[in-house]
Write a protein that binds this ligand. Structure first.
Ligand SMILES: Nc1nc2c(ncn2[C@@H]2O[C@H](COP(=O)(O)OP(=O)(O)OP(=O)(O)O)[C@@H](O)[C@H]2O)c(=O)[nH]1
Ligand SMILES: [Mg+2]
Length: 482
């Protein structure tokens, strides 16, 4: 056992664990005799909606499957990645990550970004490699690493604080946030409807449906692209999936009623539904998926938030801090029981869509993210995790262009801007040097445009073009392939 990397699960042990202790013991024995037999790394890929999770996984898998060389991913640069295949995923009850559909869309004559996803999905990529480690090399090959990629919405992590709050406390918090100037206009129809109701009396189901609808509309409006508000709970209201229409998603936050509580009144019933949401949605996610991750990449569209303005940057910071509380199980006793000594040992924070900026600003982008996520990253480091920050573009859709105007040369980027017939040069402006400045607001256009994926991606000799994908892989997998 000692020789096996601590965070890797032997696939055989995992598969047997549900079959009872006898089977588990035999699995452990198998691991002792073959310590390097098919270790598995479960890599969580998360980030708020539209942060670039699906594009990241698709590009990563495609570049590895097609054997592209990554200069900054040592195992690849040294030619030690011998082959890779997609294998059946370990959890047959989970949706499979739609790799084939995504890559077909990206490589099609009119390239398309993948569709937005709203649920967790999984994909197993098995990598065969030549180790450098002498002990590993002495073992008979092939040397394999199962990389289980788990794509899940960061919004689900935002639900973690619900576990420590009752309905009344949570409602107070949401109602206070709804008064913020950036949100108040959108909250108005919902708050007006609340103002007209007696919350302590029994209500028809139609009242629950209507109030939940108005509240969901408010959340949806907050998520609009130009607002980039990230703090939206409950996360599943925006991505209901199979739970759409169920009572556990048909409630909304409410002010505390005056006087004694009517047990069959609207407030009390919403409180029951809130508890059901926690029981049927929040807890199972943390128990069945989140607590089983070994490593994590957190994708952040900091440029999008910067373009939306100071409130969006503040909100993103709050959301990141909330999201990352989940990686500090000590702060939540229920979660720490689930982890039982396991921990995420590597965490990578990536600021996506870095191709919206010329390369001389990428370091600054990564630095701003490290300032933004300073507190949660520090906590993760304190708990022993290796933490890193970088600027990432999983599919680089732009090129650098120097544009001379009125005697000055500007670092521009050019690419196929959505809705325009041909590639255009675009001056993205300059990122400020510090987060404090970013929070004061910038007038650079930054990420207000959306680039299409470039055409003929499959003809690129170096594989799908990217920024920082190799460094991400080196950080997340490098030690396991040594
Ligand atoms: N220019 C550029 N745009 C990107 C890149 N990655 C993602 N995007 C843009 O960001 C959008 C969202 O990317 P996805 O990978 O679908 O993001 P996601 O986090 O999976 O989004 P949801 O599934 O909606 O949560 C894409 O449709 C692209 O417009 C990139 O590397 N470069
Ligand atoms: Mg997605």
């Amino acid at each position: 056992m000692e020789t096996a990397p601590p965070l890797l699960h032997s696939a055989s042990v995992l598969q047997r664990s549900s079959a009872g202790l006898g089977a588990l013991v035999s699995g452990v024995r198998e691991q002792i005799t073959a310590p390097f037999a098919e270790p598995t790394l479960r890599l969580g890929v998360t980030g708020l909606s539209r942060s670039g999770k699906t594009v990241f996984i698709t590009a990563l898998v495609h570049n590895i499957l097609t054997g592209r060389r990554f200069p900054l991913f040592q195992a690849s640069a040294q030619g030690r990645l011998t082959a890779a295949v997609l294998r059946p995923q370990p959890n047959l009850d989970l949706p499979r990550f739609a790799y084939e559909a995504n890559i077909d869309g990206l490589l099609s004559p009119q390239p398309l970004w993948p569709e937005s996803t709203w649920r967790l999905s999984q994909l197993r990529l098995t990598i065969s490699y030549r180790p450098t480690n002498l002990i590993k090399r002495a073992m008979p090959g092939p040397h394999l690493l199962n990389l289980d990629l788990i794509d899940y919405p960061g919004e689900w992590l935002l639900d973690l604080p619900l576990l420590t709050m009752d309905f009344a406390d949570w409602s107070d918090q949401v109602l206070a946030a709804a008064k913020h100037p950036t949100r108040a206009t959108y909250a108005k129809p919902w708050l007006d409807a609340l103002g007209q109701m007696d919350l302590n009396t029994t209500q028809d189901e139609r009242a629950y449906i209507e109030l939940a609808r108005l509240y969901t509309n408010y959340l949806r409006a907050c998520r609009q692209k130009n607002l980039m508000i990230a703090q939206l709970q409950p996360g599943r209201f925006l991505m209901p999936g199979d739970l759409e229409g169920s009572p556990s998603l048909t409630f909304c936050p409410l002010p505390r009623p005056r006087g004694s509580l009517n047990k069959s009144g609207f407030f009390a019933t919403c409180a029951l539904r809130y508890e059901a949401y926690k029981r049927h949605v929040v807890r199972p996610f943390f128990r069945d998926h989140f607590s089983k991750l070994d490593r994590q990449i957190v994708l952040t569209d900091l440029l999008g938030a910067a373009a939306a303005g100071p409130a969006a940057v503040e909100d993103l910071q709050t959301a990141l801090t909330t999201v990352l509380q989940a990686f500090r199980p000590g702060a939540n006793s229920w979660l720490s029981k689930l982890f039982r000594g396991r921990r995420i040992d590597k965490m990578l924070f990536a600021s996506t869509k870095a191709d919206h900026l010329p390369s001389n600003q990428h370091d600054r982008l990564a630095r701003l993210l490290s300032e933004l996520a300073f507190e949660p990253a520090n906590n993760a480091k304190f708990r022993g995790a290796d933490v890193s920050f970088l600027a990432l573009s999983a599919i680089k859709s732009t090129r650098l262009a120097k544009v001379r105007e009125q005697g000055r040369v500007y670092d521009c980027i050019t690419g196929w801007i959505e809705g325009q017939g041909q590639p255009k040069a675009f001056y993205p402006g300059e990122l400020p040097d510090s987060l404090a400045e970013l929070k004061r607001g910038i007038d650079a256009p930054l990420a207000q445009v959306r680039f299409l994926p470039p055409p003929n991606l499959d003809q690129e000799p170096q594989g799908l073009p990217h920024i920082g994908l190799d460094r991400s892989l080196d950080f997340l997998l490098g030690d396991l392939l040594s």
